[in-house]
Ligand binder design. Structure first.
Ligand code: HEC
Length: 465
């Protein structure tokens, strides 16, 4: 493999592709773990796989328990690596490879898994270090390819008690710029991964005259807002193609919506928000919303703003969502969200001509890994198309993650409550900022704030079923 290829700016995304190309180039090696001729080495064959699909987490200061960046670090783990990849427990990736092509796809091909097993079986040799590929460009402490342009700290260090059950807390940091900014990438990093269960940053408008004490009280201060990013294990930076970005208006606030889980001893956290500003002109503003306006049970529309109660012990409890698209849109990514009882979620689009296409299928959802699946090529969904979301919950005792199969489950923020949110990121094609006047843009934004049913309080209680 030509080494200079790794120097491209987009190398982080390009790596998975290159790694699989290398395997094709290796020919029979890729499909023949049993062929004695195959002598894979760390430097030549294994490092490219680990660099593109593992080190994002398995490096100093990141979420995995050990580093896999050098032969020395990898060698003691060789057997465990072969085990974990063979049962597809690592790397975490849950999209059914039958549907959708994702630029952040890190699932291993069967060939790669065989190659790793063959390498381990033959004694996990290092090979010639000259064969090593370039290390992927990853900013220290962040999963994007360069350090953030601006880091926003949570406005206080939160003291998390040793025990107890904590409500969702909200802390507000004022947006520190006086002109609008466009962010092409964003990442939320816990200050202390032991206690941050998950977190979200919304961009919200608050009433004037709030004091610092109010902003850091932890209480929800209300106001209209929209979701900038969610954080949970496995979620790194979210980024957008050139010309497409999220807009942050001056005068607004970053709302850090934090879910802490006590560890048994007092802990502290100060989470960080990394922002990467877009360099060129922006033609479309991207939004993160549920691709769902109606919830259905057995084909009947039920209460919105939550989900109906899931009966105790229910095993394969089906729920569907649906949303008809009023304008032509372009979809960039999808991120299914459920809690411990969530079993699967599938996003299908029914196009105006009636044909259907599955955009993303997650047949075995895992709450521990909240992943964002970013399309390789953004998907065009014309006006009149309908998103059909199918999901199942397993509230039975067969679900090893189920905290209590004997209880009925209601919609809620805590992980023992449930949610069903098919998050997606999209732009509206006709809202081309490069072609609109300032008045048109202002009008569009005001209309969206009033009309858009999804711009709502994330803590809103569901309607009574
Ligand atoms: C998105 C982050 C992430 C990626 C990518 C990832 N891992 Fe992991 N890995 C973890 C975390 C976190 C753990 C700790 C156990 C857990 O939470 O499942 C772990 C655990 C492991 C373990 C078990 C360690 C033990 O204590 O037994 C092995 C082996 C492993 N990973 C190998 C890999 C390999 C090989 C790859 C790439 C092919 C990979 N991982 C990719 C996050 C990641």
């Amino acid at each position: 493999m030509p080494k200079q290829v790794y120097r491209a700016t987009l190398q982080v995304m390009a790596l998975p592709l290159l790694a699989s190309m290398a395997l094709f180039a290796a020919g029979p090696a890729a499909d023949g773990a049993d062929k004695p001729a195959m002598k894979p080495t760390y430097s030549k064959d294994i490092a490219p796989i680990l660099f593109s699909k593992c080190v994002q987490c398995h490096r100093a200061g990141d979420i995995a328990p050990m580093q896999l960046e050098t032969y020395k670090q990898v060698r003691p783990w060789a057997k465990s690596i072969a085990e974990q990849v063979s049962k597809r427990a690592m790397p975490p990736w849950f999209a059914d490879p039958e549907h959708g092509k994702f630029r952040n796809d890190r699932h291993l091909t069967d060939g790669e898994i065989k190659l790793i097993s063959a390498w381990v079986e033959s004694g996990a040799p290092e090979g010639d270090p000259k064969d090593l590929p370039m290390r992927p460009a990853l900013a220290e402490g962040w999963s994007f390819s360069r350090p953030p342009d601006l880091v926003i700290e949570m406005p206080l260090t939160v003291k998390v008690p040793a025990e107890g059950q904590l409500d969702m807390m909200n802390y507000y940091a004022p947006v520190p710029f006086t002109e609008e900014k466009w962010v092409e990438a964003v990442e939320l990093r816990p200050g202390n991964r032991q206690v941050v269960h998950h977190s979200i940053v919304n961009v919200v408008t608050l009433p004037k005259g709030l004091t610092h004490e109010q902003l850091v009280s932890g209480k929800k201060l209300g106001g209209l807002g929209w979701k900038l990013i969610g954080q949970a294990p496995g979620k790194g930076a979210e980024s957008h193609p050139e010309g497409v970005a999220k807009r942050i208006a001056p005068g607004t606030y970053f709302e850090f919506n934090m879910h802490y889980t006590p560890t048994g001893k007092p802990e502290e956290d100060r989470s960080l928000l990394g922002l990467w500003f877009a360099k060129g002109p922006i033609h479309h503003e991207v939004v993160t919303r549920p691709a769902m306006e109606q919830t259905l049970i057995a084909g009947k529309v039920v209460a919105r703003g939550g989900i109906p109660r899931i009966p105790a012990g229910a095993e394969n409890w089906a729920i569907d969502g649906q949303m008809t698209v009023k304008d032509d849109i372009t979809v960039y990514s999808m991120s299914p969200h459920m809690h411990f009882r969530g079993h699967d979620m599938k996003y299908t689009v029914r196009f105006p001509d009636g044909h259907e296409e599955v955009l993303l299928n997650v047949p075995h959802y895992d709450f521990e890994w909240q992943l964002n699946y970013e399309f390789d090529k953004p998907v065009k969904v014309p006006a009149g198309s309908t998103f059909i979301i199918n999901g199942h919950f397993d509230n039975s005792k067969n679900n090893p993650k189920n905290p209590d199969p004997t209880s009925e489950v209601i919609w809620g923020q805590q992980s023992w409550n449930e949610m069903f949110i098919p998050w997606a990121e999209w732009t509206v094609d006709k809202q081309d900022l490069s072609k609109m006047s300032k008045e048109e843009i202002d009008k569009m934004r005001n209309a969206a704030r009033v009309r858009d049913p999804e711009v709502r309080d994330p803590n809103e209680k569901p309607e009574k079923p």
